[in-house]
Design a protein around this ligand. Structure first.
Ligand code: PMT
Length: 406
């Protein structure tokens, strides 16, 4: 289930060429089963027709404060009453200026003034307009007024110029919406997550590794950030884009990961080790490519450092330590053994044999095991699995479970 499912999004569109992207965003929100109501300014209608937004949202588009034919009386007050969040995308320099000054001369700006819900602004304009002192002052002011601004990107624009002012990407806007719609129960917490595989080099072209895609660890990082945490993600080599708003530390080998994690562990409130760290590495990495000889090849492997075990030994009081276990059988027994051997608060036991669980898929099925409970979760998306893990971790801060362990 997406965090946007069932949420009522009031979507304001103003007069910029980027309005065509807003049409796609309305569709994206609909795909996640959000309920979207669109409000357009007169200038927005010069770029995209209300009919487009009506078709994509499945709802009548609100355009005029004084439209007697529209069924909503006092639309400027009532529209935001029923909504969970107000998103304005694109937000032009003109609309930003009006909002900064508290001007309410059209339906959309009047709706903003009357709103008691989070307001998210996605500015889009030419670089010169964006960097102009007047716009920058207006941005400061709208932030002071409590509106949330999603920073525009840098790139080529419809006017032919390249620079700042390009409408932000949907991924960043989606993250902003989810952060504002979810409880900030990890607010003020420093969280470190490890993700992905490690690679243990054999020679300049070959390495030992595993099938971890990083999807589980990245989902944990994104969801923790949404819940207000300050997140550091130590990641092995994966093909995923860095999640917005997160400190990302790329590493390659288990030794690199150990160094990055152990150097930062003391300052963390919560550490979650979802990375699939190689248990063994070649005794030595050959400086030249190993040649074929027509014979087989014997490899000497040595044990890698167990990072989680070290964290368990040096953990400080009130620090929450969560491990993962990738298991093919005896899940609960193995989970309990690792929980105790590595001095953890919680272990997430992963069934790696199911076709839709574990490595390199978008879903997972896990059991959460602590010293006092064991709970099996259903098959869920990795984001939903991550949220269930955070729901559990958040309870540790409300009761004395950690104290009894530390
Ligand atoms: O990345 P994805 O494709 O999304 O896949 C997710 C996943 C299957 C990798 C993930 O859900 C998972 O199960 N991660 C743990 C994999 C693992 O290494 O399990 P383990 O049982 O071998 O290790 C137990 C714990 O010790 C883990 O928290 C691991 O990070 C840690 N460990 C292991 C070895 C080592 N040398 N150092 C460690 O810290």
């Amino acid at each position: 289930m997406s965090g946007l499912q069932g949420k009522r999004v009031l979507f304001g569109v103003t007069g910029s060429i980027a309005a065509y992207k807003a049409a796609q965003w309305v569709r994206d929100l609909g795909k996640e089963e959000a309920l979207v109501d669109v409000v357009m300014t007169a200038a927005a209608e010069k770029f995209v027709t209300p009919l487009t937004f009506a078709a994509l949202s499945g709802n009548h588009v609100h355009r005029d404060m004084f439209d007697e034919a529209a069924e909503l009386v006092m639309a400027h007050i009532n529209l935001s009453r029923d909504a969970d969040i107000l998103l304005i995308a694109p937000a032009t320099a003109q609309t930003l200026a009006k909002l900064a000054a508290g001007i309410a001369d059209n339906l959309l700006t009047a709706v903003v003034l009357a709103a008691h819900i989070p307001v998210v602004l996605c500015p889009a304009m030419n670089t010169a307009m964006w960097t102009h002192a007047a716009t920058q002052n207006n941005l400061l002011r709208v932030r002071q007024l409590g509106y949330h601004v999603v920073q525009p990107g840098c790139g080529s624009m419809a006017c032919g110029e390249t620079g700042d002012g390009r409408l932000a990407e949907w991924d960043c806007v989606r993250e902003a919406l989810l952060s504002l719609l979810q409880p900030a129960d990890l607010s003020g917490k420093k969280v470190m997550i490890t993700a992905g595989p490690t690679r243990e080099p054999l020679d300049p072209v070959r390495f030992l590794s595993n099938r971890s895609s990083g999807k589980m660890g990245y989902a944990l990082a994104r969801t923790a950030r949404r819940r207000g945490a300050e997140v550091t993600l130590v990641t092995g080599p994966v093909a995923l884009p860095p999640p917005p708003g997160i400190v990302v530390i790329p590493v390659t080998t288990a030794e690199d990961m150990a160094e990055a994690v152990l150097a930062r562990s003391d300052e963390m409130d919560i550490i979650v080790k979802s990375a699939a760290v190689a248990d063994f590495k070649p005794l030595a990495c050959q400086s030249l490519k190993i040649k074929k000889t027509g014979q087989g090849l014997q490899l000497d492997l040595v044990k890698n450092i167990d990072i989680l075990l070290e964290l368990g030994k040096k953990r400080r009081k009130h620090q929450v330590l969560v491990g993962f276990a990738a298991e093919s059988h005896d899940h609960v027994e193995e989970g309990r053994r690792k929980l105790s051997a590595k001095n953890l608060d919680l272990i997430v036991v992963n069934d790696i044999l199911g076709p839709r669980t574990g490595f390199d898929v978008d879903t997972n099925q896990v059991s959460l095991i602590s010293r006092s409970f064991s709970r099996q979760l259903p098959l869920l998306s990795k984001e939903d699995t991550a949220d269930q893990i955070w729901d559990t971790v958040a309870t540790f801060f409300n009761d004395s479970q950690i104290e009894s362990l530390s």
